[in-house]
Design a protein around this ligand. Sequence first.
Ligand code: A3P
Length: 288
Amino acid sequence: SLEYVTPYLFRHRGRNFLTKDIMRPKDLDALLHVEIRPTDIFLITYPKSGTVWMQQILVQIMEAALPGWGGDATNRVKVPWLEERTADNPFRERPDPRIFGSHLPPDMLPVQVKDKRIKVVYVWRNPKDVLVSLYHFAQSWVLLETPESFEGFYQQFLDGDVYMGSWFDHVREYCAAQEELDVHFVQFEEMLKDLRGEVVKLCAFLGKDLTDEAIDRVVEMSTFKNMKTDPKANYKDLVEVHRYKTETMRKGKAGDWKNLFTVAQNEHFDKVFKDRMSHLPLSFIWEI
Ligand code: A3P
């Protein structure tokens, strides 16, 4: 039987998963033993940290490096979700190199990700904006519970009673896993400040030697403006089939938390953040 956190979330190995999804503890555990190929690439994030954005960047890099790699599908098919319902998830048949998306913590990834030194791209974003983005997304995605108030959701986020569990734990665990994973960290706000610079660093990590023109094209295809109208990248098909009530390409900015946090909430958040995160070797950008 499932251990419920809320009617929408069940707890497994210290994380929260969607009760309305079809993944159950045994399916999640089975992922530990999924066969991973040496050329596979993993894109890992805490929810709302820039997953769909990085998905587009990786797809564009791959298609520039290996023309024809992705075929004509949407990014959702090209970069399948590891922990999504496996029955209709064709990830085993994807051509090499395969790219997977995942929100799982390091100890729930397939063990071969560590054993085979698979390349992992981890995107993180300042948690105040993650909280606000998730608050809006919880009102949009049918698998998540619509928050009753921002105040209540704010507390739920700090308590880790949200999808996938605590943001603080997720980021801390990936920092700690740097020894055992071949991981490249990318900050959402750095991509906002200098997308090209981040793409160049990413290409170096992935061992993809692209021309300047090819890099320009990756950048152009991955701007917020372009992605908003790119049906292969923007997940609008999920709005059409009523899985999302609003677009996931919402604002794409840094500092939107200022529109929702009260002064008291902000001071409280800073205190929690300092207690839990200040020792980390990561710098955070709260607004641009
Ligand atoms: P907002 O809700 O703050 O607008 P994820 O893909 O992990 O769910 O993250 C979603 C967030 O990334 C949303 O943030 C979305 O707007 C933002 N995003 C997606 N593509 C982006 C892009 N090209 N540039 C900037 N932000 C982007």
